[in-house]
Design a protein around this ligand. Structure first.
Ligand SMILES: NC(=O)c1ccc[n+]([C@@H]2O[C@H](COP(=O)([O-])OP(=O)(O)OC[C@H]3O[C@@H](n4cnc5c(N)ncnc54)[C@H](O)[C@@H]3O)[C@@H](O)[C@H]2O)c1
Length: 320
């Protein structure tokens, strides 16, 4: 069985990846410092508590497992926090990743799959957003991911690193087994927040701005089920194993849903009504973000299974 290091495997997306790798005949090795992750979310393979910035610790792990590839989910990802604490984001997301890549070089592990984000694009200049869209991030979180994308290109050229970059739009949903959940603290993602309101765990749901240039005035986002992201990672791993060239792929469903539509869908799925409050716009929220994922479909043969937003919401409602 091939050992695959999953950096950040105790987090929301990483823990789903670990489970899928385990079910697909790989041995996932989770490396996580538990800064935002949870030990009990790691359901398969080995667990190593380590910070990716710890060179000696990472060296021991590479020595022990001789991994054939690394999937890198470990990062901080709160946009607002990245604006007030850019040092935290550049240190963890950029310097930490650099250390991980240098450990890989040292131990001759040269396959790398990177979790990037739609935030690298900044304000959309056209929709849907394909891989060629200009990349002008508007916050340090997006910049930190774009810097890593550049590092990967340079390491590939100079040291033969083989990489796949995946830029996720809005990850959503849970594994249907109910064994894994989105457990961010604080939670900032819309679907779990609206589900919490439907469950009575928060007094209301806030809508930040209803006067955007969108059909109903609220922001439009592209929601992609977490297991569809993970199946893209598996396809990316196989692509590299089969000699595919290093490349980048946007991952989304290709259709956008507004905040109001998500609220209505959660009301429909749950059968529960709850309070909604309209608040001021937040700085830096683009009106619409929708992905063009044709490249991943064409080159990786990837197909998302959860193309209906109601089905994505049901996986959260059933298991939250
Ligand atoms: N959730 C989304 O909608 C979304 C969208 C776009 C991109 N992403 C990216 O996907 C990745 C995973 O996101 P998530 O929502 O699962 O986040 P998460 O916070 O749930 O998971 C991140 C994991 O990485 C670990 N970690 C962080 N820094 C570390 C370090 N220095 N050393 C070891 N472990 C460390 C945390 O403990 C946590 O378990 C991130 O890189 C994020 O930027 C997420």
């Amino acid at each position: 069985m091939k050992n695959i290091i999953v950096a950040g495997g105790a987090g929301y997306i990483g823990s789903h990846m670990v489970k899928m790798l385990g079910e697909s005949g790989f041995n996932p090795i989770t490396v996580d410092n538990l800064s935002t992750g949870h030990r009990d979310s790691v359901l398969c393979g080995d667990f190593e508590e380590c910070d990716i910035a710890d060179s000696a610790g990472m060296g021991r792990i590479f020595e022990k497992y001789n991994p054939s590839a690394v999937m890198h989910f470990a990062a901080f990802s709160l946009v607002a926090e990245s604006v007030s604490k850019p040092d935290k984001y550049y240190r963890n997301n950029v310097a930490g990743t650099l250390n991980l890549l240098d450990t890989m070089r040292k131990y001759a592990c040269d396959r790398f799959i990177f979790s990037s984000t739609a935030a690298v694009f900044g304000n959309p200049e056209y929709l849907p957003i394909d891989e060629e869209h200009p990349k002008k991030p508007v916050n340090p979180y997006g910049t930190s991911k774009l810097i890593v994308e550049s590092i990967l290109r340079d390491y590939s050229r100079a040291y033969g690193l083989e990489y796949v970059i995946f830029r996720y739009f809005n990850a959503a949903g849970h594994d249907e087994s109910g064994d894994l959940k989105e457990r961010h603290n604080p939670e900032t993602h819309l679907i779990p927040l609206v589900v919490q309101a439907a469950k009575g765990e928060r007094p209301h749901i806030s809508v930040y701005g209803d006067d955007y240039d969108t059909p109903d005035g609220t922001c439009v986002r592209d929601y992609i089920h977490v297991n569809d992201l993970c199946s893209a990672h598996l396809a990316g791993l196989r692509y590299l194993e089969n000699g595919g060239d290093s490349s980048d792929f946007n991952l989304g469903n290709g259709s956008g849903f507004s905040v109001k539509e998500i609220i209505e869908k959660v009301r429909l799925v749950s059968g529960v009504d709850f309070d909604v409050k309209t608040e001021e716009r937040r700085a830096g929220d683009p009106p619409s973000l929708v992905a063009d994922s044709l490249k991943a479909k064409k080159i990786l043969g990837w197909q998302p299974e959860y193309t209906d937003i109601e089905d994505i919401i049901k996986t959260v409602w059933k298991t939250a």
